[in-house]
Design a protein around this ligand. Structure first.
Ligand code: GTP
Ligand code: MG
Length: 202
């Protein structure tokens, strides 16, 4: 479990992000999918990352230091319609260059709304990740909003669609920021990866 979480810095440029000397885990997904809420749930701090009912709240690369050992990164969402084309492409460039160049990135959690049939924009994004060798893990969000069987049927459809993209389907977690579902599983996965990062370095 996460004991200590502190906000470090917000950036538009990956080059200005904190020293890449610690393992890093970033959260991305469609605007409003629940990235900031999930981060707060994992960190046991409702005020750590800013959340909002309006899409497009997070606009920068936000670094948090967790337990003095690893970085958690809140990223802006993609697919937010209500911004101009030029702002959209600035965001895309910012995110793509961060993801392609951040050498200490251990996993990118791609958040998917567990209530929706597989969306083209999510499939396109994970395709880009596959083509660029970005290590993704799927996180289905807002599972409290419907029954488990309904969530499981959506998850199965998404996993099936992702098998058309990847040889091996990506690892996935089912979560809720509201009920804290998936918290232990996700934190356990991260903590394992953090240990491996330091073991490999020594
Ligand atoms: P952007 O920063 O705008 O891209 O959004 P985001 O992905 O960070 O989403 P955010 O965490 O701000 O949450 C968006 C809305 O969804 C807020 O109104 C949250 O309260 C709600 N929400 C997020 N996660 C959950 C969840 O697990 N369950 C429920 N019921 N609501 C959620
Ligand atoms: Mg956000």
């Amino acid at each position: 479990m996460i004991k200590k979480a502190t906000f470090l810095i917000s950036n538009t440029d990956y080059k200005k992000c904190p020293n890449p000397d610690k393992p890093e885990f970033a959260f991305i997904g469609r605007s409003n999918v629940g990235k900031s809420s999930l981060i707060n749930m994992l960190a046991n701090n409702k005020n750590l990352a800013k959340t909002s009912g309006r899409p497009g709240k997070t606009q920068l690369i936000n670094h948090f230091l967790i337990d003095e050992k690893w970085y958690m990164v809140d990223l802006p969402g993609y697919g937010f319609a209500k911004v101009s084309k030029s702002i959209k492409s600035d965001w895309e460039n910012m995110i793509r260059s961060y993801l392609s160049n951040r050498e200490n990135l251990v996993a990118l959690f791609v958040l998917i709304d567990s209530r929706l049939e597989p969306q083209k924009i999510d499939l396109e994004f994970i395709t880009w990740c596959g083509e660029n060798g970005i290590p993704i893990v799927l996180v289905f969000t807002k599972a409290d909003k419907q029954s488990l069987p309904k969530t499981q049927s959506i998850v199965a459809k998404f996993i099936k669609a992702s098998k058309a993209i990847f040889e091996e389907a990506p690892l996935y977690f089912i979560t809720s920021a509201e009920s804290a579902k998936g918290k232990e599983e996700l934190t356990g996965f991260i903590e394992e990866q953090v240990e491996e990062f330091y073991q490999e370095r020594n």
